[in-house]
Structures are given as structure tokens and as C-alpha cells.
Design a protein around this ligand. Sequence first.
Ligand SMILES: Cc1ncc(C[n+]2csc(CCOP(=O)(O)OP(=O)(O)O)c2C)c(N)n1
Ligand SMILES: [Mg+2]
Length: 594
Amino acid sequence: MKGAEVISEYLIDSKIPYVFGLCGHGNVGILDTLYQARDRITLVSPRHEQVAAHMADAYFRVRHEPVATLTSCGPGSCNIVMPLALALSDSSALLAITANVPTSQFNRSPFQEINKHFQADFPNIIRPVVKRSFQPTRVDMLPLALRQATTTMLSGRPGPVNLDVPFNVFQEEDDVEMPRPAPVLNAQRSGASPDEIAACVDLILKAKRPVIFVGHGVTLSEASRELTEFVHRMQIPVISSPNGMGTLDMTDPLSLGFIGRNGAYPANEAGRHADLVIAIGARFDDRSASSWMPGYSWNFPHTKLIHVDVDPAELGRNYPPDIGILADARTFLRQLLSETEKRSPKRDALKAWLADIDAWQREWEKFTKPNFEIHASPIRPERVVADCQSVLPPDAILCCDVGVNHNWYMQFWKARHPQAMLNSWGFSGMGFGAAGALGAKLAAPDRPVVSVTGDGCFAMVPHVLCTAVEYNIPVVWVVWNNFGWVSIRDIQLGMFGGREHGTMFHQGANKTPYNPDFAAWARGAGVEAITVTKSQDLKGALEHAIKANKPYLLDVHVDAEVRPPSTGAWQLPPTPHKEPVFGKRYLPDIAPAK
Ligand SMILES: Cc1ncc(C[n+]2csc(CCOP(=O)(O)OP(=O)(O)O)c2C)c(N)n1
Ligand SMILES: [Mg+2]
């Protein structure tokens, strides 16, 4: 077989239905092979490599099955560095196949070789942003590289992996045996020891103010059912990181939402008053920990911590746990379920705690609700979230982008199912929401897919419109148009005496707000579109766009002067942080909780 055939047959054997790829002289060899195999594996070719990788990332998040990207040598592959960093920091698997120069030309500086320090050195560019990079330089190296690459991508904490293939390796032939496909995600699960589980349950039954903090690990291990059962049995409230959202239906009274500066007040109150936190597949990054300043979101070590993760690097990274457990989230929850079943716990001890939680939820509701009912032009942010919530069916997929628009969704969106709210969280790469929606829709063709994307984010990847038309991918883009990079503008205004520089979109000396006419832009690409400036029109426009079942863009003019209310804090040392707008820091006695 030709090397390119070994690769494409392996992808097909691995039930990978798509390659999201962009051409270049380096990869024409495998493009021709994919042509021969086109009834068994589909090539989707977006207009920018960044989009290809965001699409693959979102596809995985929806289905928990990976696809491959294909890029050429040099610049084409350099364009996927950002989306791979994004996928790595959010534990999303994809196989990034990159092409390289022919091995016989290594070190001669052929067209597009990177060789300042080592021959065909693309793996060194990509190394920090993938779990592993493989560079097979002969066809007989492909079987092992393919098997190891796909196994690495899906095992433990999933993530992107690179297969870098010199031009001749696609073309040359050898007599090789096809490798076995890698085990699917979650085929192999780790668990806690019986002693660890007994110790956890001892702590849980002793706790008077316990809270569970769930992250992407719970989503990835598909532990929603077990989480829900455990939470209902034990009556322990749940705080969620963005990528853990929906593992417990967020309309459940025990769901407290997100924590941190842009979190919900009940979550921060519960986090800072808890005597025990059970963190499962969550990693206490700065944004979900109020930059680790005690008293805003958490109070470790005063609060006891059980921390469970499949990645040893996350256990104790920021807060040394009282019990650290290296285990898969679903296995751990099943083990807790069987141990607590044996001990038949009485939950009356939590009555006072649940009453506090209920009071915080009511205070938050009373504070925020009136703003959700205001009609205005430009539209208030709350209205956009509220109308999306009321129009989107529970199984719809929301693909979020980056910026203040996302902050509003983190604070107020109620995800009903896991894998239905996709967030660029760890790396916050702009364009993920607008581009990822295409991959999400290919992963779930029967479900509505809506991307909420900032005007700044969308303008980074506007060619997603072309791809939606070329491949008839009916996604709806809601462009949150506030005429600027407003999340960054707000940081400027807050920290630097109210001065704005380089963060709003202006035209001319008198600084008239400027943006392209996004709806006209979309129409120019063949996508139906409408501009919405009055809140009264938004709901109907969104309903219409979803019903149309074709690519659709709503250019929604949103008020840039209404800010999400902070309920925790965030700090960029050495600049000072701000106190929460709603709620306040709580510092318990220094002594750890008994
Ligand atoms: C690729 C990339 N470039 C820059 C940033 C820094 N950044 C974070 S949010 C943001 C502004 C986003 O603007 P927009 O999409 O309009 O969202 P808004 O905050 O206005 O809602 C920028 C520039 C980033 N996260 N990613
Ligand atoms: Mg904006």
C-alpha cells in the first residue's frame, strides 16, 4: 500500500467519518487517496486551517468520537497551532495530520521547510500544544505511529495528537500490516481504591456544608447519570465549570451554576462557606477560583478538599487536597454510589445548609431577574441570553465564543444536557464558537446548533460562511455586536483611569462606531441574515432562523455599557482586583475546618 492509503484506511477502520482539511503541495498525495476513498470518508475543506481544527475540536466535544484534520507543510500547519492549544487546554481529542517536505530534501531548505535547528522541524513548533507528535519517515513506520497516535489521543485525559508526514511517505509503497484501531474514549477506566472510597464517604457523611465542583472530566467520562443520582441521594449542591455544565441539568434546584468573578452568586457563596469540596474532573483555574485569593470563591485549606482527576498533574496543582484520587470520574461516582448505598446515610444534617443555599438562590434571582425583562435598543445582554434560553430546544447545541458575550452565558445559561454547551475555556481562542459550530452540526445533524459569537470573534473567521454554504451546514450565528473588543475595553476602563485605546471599532477622527454590515456580509456569501436592533424582534428572528434549517446569521446589536455583575474576583498581579458587585468576600477563622 501507499503510505497515504495506510493512513486513510486506518482512519476508515477507526470509524473516523471526516477529514477537515486544507490543501497545499505537501498533502496532495493523500488528497488523491481521499478522493479514491471519498464514499467512505468525507473531506470537508474550510477556508482556513484554524477553522478546520476548531471544527474537529467541537465535533469531538459533541460526540466524544474524534476526527482528523489535514494541513500542508509550513504555513498551513502553522495555522493550527492556536486551535490545537485550545483543544489541549480543554482536553479535546483530534488527530492533526500535517504534511512535511520529502525526507530526501531534509536540511536543504526546500520550499516551506523549518530547519533552523533541526530538519523538518514542524514537530518542535507543535510540541507544546499536543499530547505527542509523531513523525514517521518511512511507510513501514506508519502502522505503529498511527496506533500510538490514536491511542494517546483518547487515553487518560484526551487531547490533540500530531502525525507529521513527509511528502514521500504519502507516495511510497510498502508491504505493511494494518494496525488495530485504538480503544475508543473511556474504554479503559481507572478507579479509586476501596480505602480511598471509604475515607471519602467518611468525610462526606461528616460534612455539614458539602459542595461538589464538576468540570470537563465529568462530561468526558460521561458520568451525568451517576452524578445526578449521587447528588439527589446525598442532597449535595453542585457548582460547575463551563465545560462541566449540563452534567447535572442546570434547572435542578441543586445546580448552583458557575463560580468565580463571572460566576453565579449562590455558587460563590456556597464555595466560600463550604466545609467540604468534592472536585471531580475540575482543575481550579484562576477564573473558577477568583485567582486563588481566599474568601471570594473558595477557602482552602480551611475547607477540606477531595480532588479526583485522571490527570495527576491537576491533583494539587493549586490546592493540595486532603484526599487526592487519580481516577476516572464515572468510576469514582459509581464507587461512591455503592459505598453510600451500603451505609444508608440520613441527610437531615444538611437542612441548614440547603436553607442557606435556597436563600442565596432567591437573593440572586431577585437581583438579576428584573434586568431580564427589560426591552431596549441596543439590546440588553440579559435579553439575548433569555431569548436564546426560551427559543432553543433543550437538546440544542450552543457553541460559545470568547469575550464579554461568553461571560454572560457562563453566568446565566442553563445547560440541560452534557455536551450541549461548548466553551473555549482554558485557552479562550477567538473564533472557536463561530467555527466550532460547523463541526458541532456535522456531529449532530438532527439538533439545532447555535453559535453565539462576538463581533470581534466573528470577524476573525468570517469565511465560516463560505464553508456553511459549500457543504450546506445549517448553523445559526448570533453575532453579539457591541462594536468592539468590549471584554478587553472593560478591563482597560477599570484599570487605567477610564482610558480606551485599541479596543473599540471606530471610523475616522471623530470616532464613529464602525463595523461591517454583518448581515450584508453574510448575504454576500449566500447566507440568509438579518440585523436585529430592537429586543422585541430578537425572539422571533431567532425562532425563524432555527426553523429555516439553513445557514443563518443574526447581527444583534447589544449594549456595550451593561456589564455582567461580578460575584467573585479576578486578578492580574500586580494590578489590584475589584471587590464583587454582588456578594462579598468571606474569610473564616484561619484554623482548618474540623
Ligand atoms: C485569538 C485571540 N486573540 C485575542 C484574544 C484576546 N481577547 C479576549 S476577548 C477579546 C475581545 C473579544 O471581542 P468580541 O468577540 O467582540 O467579544 P466581546 O468581548 O465584545 O463580547 C480579545 C481580543 C483572544 N482571546 N484570542
Ligand atoms: Mg464585541
